[in-house]
Ligand binder design. Sequence first.
Ligand SMILES: *[C@@H]1O[C@H](CO)[C@@H](O)[C@H](O)[C@H]1NC(C)=O
Ligand SMILES: *[C@@H]1O[C@H](CO)[C@@H](O)[C@H](O)[C@H]1NC(C)=O
Length: 241
Amino acid sequence: MKLSAAALLALCAPSLAFGLVGNDWSFKTAPADGLNDITFPFNMAKAPTTSGFYFAQQFNFHNVTDVGYTGLQPRPNANGKNVVHAAFSSFQAGTTTRHKNCYQGADGGPGVSCAIEVPGNYRHTYNIEVKNIGGTTWRGTMTDTVKNKSIVIGEWTLPAGAGKLVNGQVGFVEYYIWNGQPSHTCDSLPKTEAIFYNPTSKTKGASGGAVTKVYEYGDCIGKAGYKLKKVSNGYDIKVGF
Ligand SMILES: *[C@@H]1O[C@H](CO)[C@@H](O)[C@H](O)[C@H]1NC(C)=O
Ligand SMILES: *[C@@H]1O[C@H](CO)[C@@H](O)[C@H](O)[C@H]1NC(C)=O
C-alpha cells in the first residue's frame, strides 16, 4: 500500500499533487510480455453534475518509463442531459498523435492528451478500453454499457520499442481544482462519489482483474470525508462534504 502510493506519487507528482484516494488494480494472471487491452469500468451515478473531480485509472507499458491515464470527469448538465468528459492521455515523451480528439502535451509536460465531452447518463456504467491497434499505437474507447454504444476518445503512438501493457498499476480520485490554487482547506472539498469496477481484458492468458486495494493519500488523509464501500465487482468511493 505504501509502496503503491509512493510509486504513484513518484510517477505522476505534478498532476497528482491533490489526489485524494488511490487504488491498486491488477490481474491474477497475465502474459509475461503484457496485455494487449484492458477495460476499466466507472460509474458516476452518485456524482454531482459539476466540474472538479477526475476518476482515473493509470497504466504503463513495458520498456518505456512513463504512464498513461484514462477516466471520467463530471460536468454540468447541458440541455437537460448529463455530460460525460472522458480522457485518455500518455505522459511518455515521444508519444505522437494525428487523432482529431488529441493534442501534444499532457498536464504541461511531454505526452499526448485526448478527450471527448458527450451527452450521457450517469446512471449508466461506462467502460474505457485501452487497446493496442497495431505496432505501438493505442486507442482509448468509451462504451456506454447500457446502450452498448462506443465512441473513440483518441489514439496515440508510443516511441518505438514500447511494449504491451504492464499487469498492475494504480488509479485515483483527484480534485484538480486545487492544483491551480495557492492553498486549500480539506473541509472545503465538495462531495462526490464514484464506483471503480474491476478491470477486464480480452488478452489470452489474462484473468482475474480486480481493484485490489483502495486507500487515502495526499495532504487530506482522515480529513476529506472519505468513505469506502465494497460493491459487487468493485468499490464505491466517496469523498467531500
Ligand atoms: C454491442 O455492440 C457491438 C458492436 O458495436 C456488437 O458486436 C455486440 O454484439 C453488442 N453487444 C450486445 C450485448 O448487444
Ligand atoms: C523490452 O526490451 C528488451 C530489449 O530491448 C526485449 O528483449 C524485451 O522483449 C522487451 N520487453 C517487452 C515486454 O517488450
